[in-house]
Design a protein around this ligand. Sequence first.
Ligand SMILES: [Zn+2]
Length: 156
Amino acid sequence: MKGELDSLAAATVLRTYMSRRGMRCTGERLKILDAAFASRKPFSAPKLAETLEADGFHVSRTTVYGTLKLLVDSGILRKSVGTDGASVYAVSRANDHKAQLHCRCCGKTKVVSLPEIGRELLKRRYWGFSAESYQLRIDGICSRCKRAADKSGSKP
Ligand SMILES: [Zn+2]
């Protein structure tokens, strides 16, 4: 269910991104987006084309590569180089709606998931600006530092 919502949010990001550049978001591109989200692991462009083909959806390699580039440019996917030197793609973590909890005392960070807030941040209308991704850090004190401070009686 969570994956479904995120892929819908990503489709909105893609549509906005493309319309701003005077491009049309075709069904083919949305299908590629869906397939990218359905893939739980990082994938290569040929692998994605194969998956689509196996689904009975024929799409040219050019379209696959072109769409993957758009998805990377719009921040939906991130691209990295695999062990064999080929490009691999994965859904960008920005769409996982993660926030970092940062301890201002020891500097340690912990990642938490905030789907409601994350979606809200991207859905919100900003004056003269179109949001595509975000980074969220919450500063505070971790329980370990707090305990240490409570014991010594000093303020962390
Ligand atoms: Zn700490």
